[in-house]
Design a protein around this ligand. Structure first.
Ligand code: ADP
Ligand code: MG
Length: 257
């Protein structure tokens, strides 16, 4: 069985890209076949797994706008089992270019249907907005992972996000589910972080992953080396927790079956 998961939150800097790269890499290291889909024009997931954007021939832009077969855009990475459909800055134009097109919300879904069977997990790294690229991602997905940064304004903007999820469920993708809520950048030295965890758990209850991602400087260094944390520093706390998260994701899937 294969599963498409959108990693989404319209806030920037909450850990979407870090989670896409490292959850993807850890799932692959546990033997799963994983495809990352970078649908953020900033292309941080693309460079985060070591792809040089200047060398990209076909990107997610070509898949969405030029009807390029998604398989022709897939690149392998240094991690066995982990592939990526990259994004370049060209994607920034897609929000506008998609507006007048027919069935613009289902373009990604139609493309990913062609490759879904080849992977155990397809993880879509969403941009920091609720625009057409995020709508495409939610429409194409079986479920969403929502990373939430352990900070004062953690829950702000979440009702907007959940409203968008509900609208997509109603009009475009009735089977869309919330896979899980992931607390990120936890700092054990502050009381605030603990308060935020309690607040988020009260709101999302059992949907919150047991694994909490702490602040770990190695996680923030790895992207500039084009590496996932499990290859950049396999002994780091960051590697340990993302591996734990990957096991939790697999466990919930087995429990659901
Ligand atoms: P988003 O994709 O939601 O914008 P990122 O994953 O790019 O967020 O994270 C924002 C910044 O925070 C990046 O510089 C990233 O390296 C850093 N970061 C993310 N998670 C952690 C963490 N657990 N510990 C330390 N730094 C982190
Ligand atoms: Mg990002």
């Amino acid at each position: 069985m294969s599963k498409i998961i959108a990693i989404t939150n319209q806030k920037g800097g909450v850990g979407k890209t870090t989670t896409s790269v490292n959850l993807g890499a850890c799932l692959a290291s546990l033997g799963k076949k994983v495809l990352l889909v970078d649908i953020d024009p900033q292309g941080n997931t693309t460079s985060g797994v070591g792809v040089n954007k200047a060398d990209v021939e076909n990107s997610i832009y070509d898949v969405l706008i030029n009807d390029v077969n998604p398989q022709a855009a897939v690149l392998s990475t240094a991690i066995p089992g982990l592939s990526i459909i990259p994004a370049t800055i060209q994607l920034a134009g897609a929000e506008i270019e998609l507006v007048p097109t027919i069935s613009r919300e289902v373009r990604l879904k139609k493309s990913l249907m062609q490759v879904k069977q080849d992977y155990d997990y397809i993880l879509i790294d969403c941009p920091p907005s609720l625009g057409i690229l995020t709508i495409n991602s939610l429409t194409a997905s079986d479920s969403v992972i929502i990373p939430i940064q352990c900070e004062y304004y953690a829950l702000e903007g979440l009702s907007q996000l959940l409203n968008t999820v509900r609208l997509v469920q109603k009009h475009l993708n009735t089977s869309l589910q919330i896979e899980g809520v992931l607390l990120t950048m936890f700092d054990a030295r502050t009381n605030l972080g603990i308060q935020v965890i309690e607040e988020v758990k009260k709101y999302f209850q059992q949907k919150v992953y047991q694994t909490i991602i702490p602040r770990n400087v190695r996680l923030s260094e790895a992207p500039s080396h084009g590496q996932a944390i499990i290859t950049y520093d396999p002994k780091s706390k960051g590697a340990e927790v993302y591996l734990e998260l990957a096991k939790e994701v697999i466990m919930y899937e087995q429990a659901a079956r």
